[in-house]
Ligand binder design. Structure first.
Ligand code: B12
Length: 278
C-alpha cells in the first residue's frame, strides 16, 4: 500500500540522498509538491518519486509544458508567490514570450484552480491566494506588452456589475495591447455609468467588451448593454467570458457579438470586428 505520511524538508533530503537546499529548490520551483505548515514545509512521501522524473526531464532539456503548468498550479495553490515567479522566470529563460506564458501556462493553471474549487479539492481561500499571486505575475509581465507607435484604436473592457474576476480583464488587456490596440481596462464589477463615461471619452473607440465570467444574471448584462446604447455609445458592443455560452446567448443579451469564452476567442472576435466594421 502507498505511504501517505508527511515529512519535513530535512527528512525528504535524507530519503532522496540529496542536500537540504536541493530539496528546498525542488519545492520553490514547483518540482516537488509541498504545503507550508506554519514556518515549515511539509511533503507527502508519495510525491518523492516525482523529483527523479523532473530531474531527468531537466537534464534532457525537453521541458514539458504540462509539467510546468502542474508546477505553477502547485505553487499557486500553496500560496508561494516566489516559487510561482521562479517558474515564470524559467519559462521566459527557455524562450517563452509573455503571450505564451499567459495562454499556455497561467491560463491553464488558473483553469485547474477553478476546476479544483468546483471539485472540492481547492478551498475558496486557496483560490483567493492563487488569484493574488497570479495578479502579481501579470503585474510583472504587463510592461513587456508595451508597444511603440500609433495604436489601432482603443478598446474599452471591463467586467459586468457583480463580477469580481478582475484578473481576466488584466490578462485580456495586455493581450489586446499586444494586438496593437489601446486597452482601457475598467476591471471588476463595473457600473454601467463608468462604462458609458469611458466609452464616450475614448479616442478612436473600436469596441466595448463586457466580460461576464461568473454567474452574473443575464438581466444585469441586458441592463448594462441597454445603458451603453441609451448613453450614446454607437460602436460595437461585445460580450463574452465563461458565463456567456455562445453567440446566440450574446445576441439575446443585446450585444452585437460574442467575444467567446477565453482569451484567444476574444482576440479573434476583435480582429473579425475590425475587418467587418472598417
Ligand atoms: C481567479 C478566479 C476567481 C477569483 C477572482 C479574483 C480576481 N482578482 O480576478 C475569485 C476567488 C474572487 C473568484 C470568485 C468566484 N468565482 Co471564480 N474563478 C477564478 C478562476 C480560477 C480564474 C479566472 C481567470 O482569471 N482566468 C484567466 C483567464 C485567462 O481565463 P479565461 O477563463 O480563459 O478568461 C477569458 C474569458 O473570460 C475571455 N473573455 C471573452 N470575452 C471577454 C470579455 C471581457 C471584457 C473579459 C475581461 C474577458 C473575456 O477572455 C478571458 C481572458 O482574460 C476561474 C477558473 C477558470 N476556468 O478560468 C474561476 C471561475 C471563473 N469562477 C467561478 C465561480 C463559480 C466563482 C464564484 C461564483 C465562486 C467561487 N469560486 O468563489 C465567485 C464569484 C465572485 C463574483 N461575484 O464574481 C467559475 C465560473 C463558472 C462559469 N460561469 O462557468 C469558474 C470558471 C470556476 C469553475 N471551474 O467553476 N474566482
Amino acid at each position: 500500500m502507498a505511504e501517505t505520511a508527511r515529512i519535513s524538508l530535512p527528512e525528504a533530503a535524507e530519503r532522496l540522498g540529496v542536500h537540504y537546499m536541493t530539496v528546498y529548490r525542488y519545492v520553490r520551483t514547483g518540482q516537488l509538491p509541498a504545503i507550508r505548515v506554519g514556518a515549515k514545509w511539509s511533503i507527502d512521501v508519495a510525491d518523492l518519486g516525482l523529483t527523479n522524473k523532473t530531474v531527468d526531464v531537466r537534464s534532457s532539456r525537453t521541458f514539458n509544458q504540462t509539467q510546468r503548468t502542474a508546477r505553477l498550479l502547485d505553487r499557486l495553490t500553496a500560496g508561494d508567490g516566489v516559487g510561482a515567479w521562479t517558474i515564470i522566470e524559467g519559462a521566459l529563460a527557455s524562450g517563452s514570450d509573455p503571450t505564451a506564458i499567459y495562454l499556455n501556462l497561467l491560463a491553464p493553471a488558473l483553469t485547474c484552480v477553478g476546476d479544483g474549487w468546483r471539485n472540492d479539492q481547492i478551498s475558496i481561500a486557496q483560490e483567493h491566494r492563487a488569484s493574488v499571486i497570479a495578479t502579481q505575475i501579470v503585474g510583472r509581465l504587463g510592461p513587456r506588452f508595451a508597444r511603440r507607435g500609433r495604436s489601432r484604436g482603443s478598446v474599452v473592457l471591463g467586467l459586468a456589475p457583480g463580477d469580481q474576476h478582475a484578473l481576466t480583464a488584466l490578462i485580456l488587456a495586455d493581450l489586446v495591447r499586444n494586438a496593437g490596440f489601446e486597452p482601457i481596462n475598467l476591471g471588476a464589477d463595473t457600473p454601467s455609468r463608468s462604462f458609458v463615461e469611458t466609452a464616450l471619452s475614448a479616442d478612436r473607440l473600436v469596441a466595448v467588451l463586457v466580460g461576464a465570467t461568473s454567474n452574473v444574471s443575464d438581466d444585469v448584462v441586458v441592463d448594462l448593454l441597454h445603458d451603453l446604447r441609451a448613453g450614446g455609445v454607437s460602436r460595437p458592443l461585445l460580450v463574452g467570458g465563461r458565463a456567456v455560452t455562445d453567440v446566440e446567448h450574446a445576441k439575446r443579451l443585446g450585444a452585437d457579438g460574442w467575444s467567446g469564452r477565453d482569451a484567444p476567442d476574444a482576440l479573434r472576435a476583435l480582429e473579425n470586428l475590425v475587418v467587418t466594421v472598417r
